[in-house]
Write a protein that binds this ligand. Structure first.
Ligand SMILES: O=C[C@H](O)COP(=O)(O)O
Length: 254
């Protein structure tokens, strides 16, 4: 089964209601490849989820940027996976490096969240990636494997998981991984899945790249054999996000 190109826009903690409407209007008017070619998901801050869902074109989907690790209750400030399901929000981003670093989310905690969200029926964009220090010390694959293992230890059905490889040093820095660097890690990650999960999961799970993706570098990155799309931060707030969605065409002509 071919892996459908996936483009996610992570708006992080940005925007006013007016700005969000403007971004959605731009997306709604864009001519992009069909749903058969590319799956597009945008992830606004929590408070804007219902607004975005209500005005976004029907061939694009919404994602939350996080959710709680277990059933709701006395967890002030958290939003449960069940609430997202209740609002018909299909996707959630979990394990983003900003949350791992700023909110001390461990591999195990992220693994628990992924398993819980999937069990409630959400689809998950699970983020992994190494810091610059880890890359320079040669431990990129050990770090990414440990992050993925914490998920694999808790999840058996991978059909609703997209893995986002996001090297921390490339996020928001303008210092994008080279196509070869991205391909190398994606290939290693796929081999890790084949060895530790199954050949089928390795072949079918989409591994997308994130970190300073923009309208200029998306085609070459997207043309790599094991790069199945992108998780885009800064550029997803700009009209160039449409060019990034269109990069899905590189796989059609490959
Ligand atoms: O989730 C998205 C990533 O953190 C990438 O962000 P960026 O495109 O601004 O580097």
């Amino acid at each position: 089964m071919a892996r459908k190109f996936f483009v996610g826009g992570n708006w992080k903690c940005n925007g006013t209601a007016e700005e969000v409407k403007k971004i959605v209007n731009t997306l709604n008017e864009a001519q992009v490849p069909s749903q058969e070619v590319v799956e597009v998901v945008v992830s606004p801050p929590y408070v804007f989820l219902p607004l975005v869902k209500s005005i976004l074109r029907p061939d694009f989907y919404v994602a939350a940027q996080n959710c709680w690790v277990k059933k709701g209750g006395a967890f002030t400030g958290e939003v449960s996976a069940e609430m997202l399901v209740n609002l018909d929000i299909p996707w959630v981003i979990l394990g983003h490096s900003e949350r791992r670093a700023l909110l001390n989310e461990t591999n195990e905690f992220v693994g628990d969240k992924v398993a819980y969200a999937l069990a409630q029926g959400l689809k998950v964009i699970a983020c992994v990636g190494e810091t610059l220090e880890q890359r320079e010390s040669g431990s990129t694959m050990d770090v990414v494997a440990a992050q993925t293992k914490a998920i694999a230890d808790r999840v058996s059905n991978w059909s609703n998981v997209v893995i986002a490889y996001e090297p921390v040093w490339a996020i928001g820095t303008g210092k994008v991984a080279s196509p070869a660097q991205a391909q190398e890690v994606h290939d290693e990650l796929r081999k890790w899945l084949a060895k530790n999960v199954s050949a089928d999961v390795a072949a079918t799970t989409r591994i997308i790249y994130g970190g300073s993706v923009n309208g200029g570098n998306c085609k070459e990155l997207g043309g790599q054999a094991d790069v199945d799309g992108f998780l885009v931060g800064g550029a997803s707030l700009k009209p160039e996000f449409i060019d990034i969605i269109k990069a899905a065409e590189v796989k059609k002509s490959a």
